[in-house]
Design a protein around this ligand. Structure first.
Ligand SMILES: [Zn+2]
Length: 166
């Protein structure tokens, strides 16, 4: 079983190649026009985000991956209880989706709690904005969301492959 740091090194190496190649291809006009620069950007952001913070090994009670969430790492405890190690969390189709959906739900719930507390106890006269606006933004920019999600999937697929062969 590969260590977290091994996973990270392999994913960073692959990500570096994929991103450099696609940036060079885009710069040279070798990519179709519908793939825009901002698509490559959100793809890269998704890739790095997933590599560091969305690892399939978040299904472990303690891992370097959950540790990277710092003080908010507790949000992954229920995930670890829900998903046994190397189960659905490591499925090539559903694994990343479980974490993206899980995280979206957690952020929305926390956002709603904060919004509620803000309207109940916050200073009057100031309109509280509901956190989770990022998700809203993504929904309104469907193609950006797709590239972000693809970016999130690839390091996870590499992780699962490395798990299989190690
Ligand atoms: Zn794993």
């Amino acid at each position: 079983m590969a260590k977290g740091s091994t996973h990270l090194a392999i994913e960073a190496f692959a990500g570096g190649i994929v991103l450099t190649t696609s940036i060079m291809a885009k710069g040279g006009g070798h990519l179709p026009a519908f793939i825009r620069w901002e698509h490559l950007l959100v793809f890269g952001v998704g890739f790095v985000f997933s590599m560091f913070l969305l690892s399939p090994d978040l299904d472990l009670r303690k891992s370097s991956h959950s540790h990277r969430w710092g003080t908010v790492r507790f949000i992954w405890w229920p995930y670890h209880l829900l998903f046994r190690h190397r189960g659905v969390s490591h499925n090539i189709f559903f694994g990343t989706a479980t974490r993206l959906v899980y995280l979206t739900v957690v952020v929305l719930v926390i956002g709603m709690v904060f919004a509620h507390l803000w309207t109940q106890y916050g200073p009057g006269g100031i309109q509280g904005s509901v956190p989770g606006g990022g998700a809203d933004l993504l929904l309104h920019n469907f193609s950006l969301a797709v590239y972000f999600i693809v970016g999130c999937y690839i390091p996870n697929l590499i992780h699962v492959t490395v798990d299989l062969v190690s």
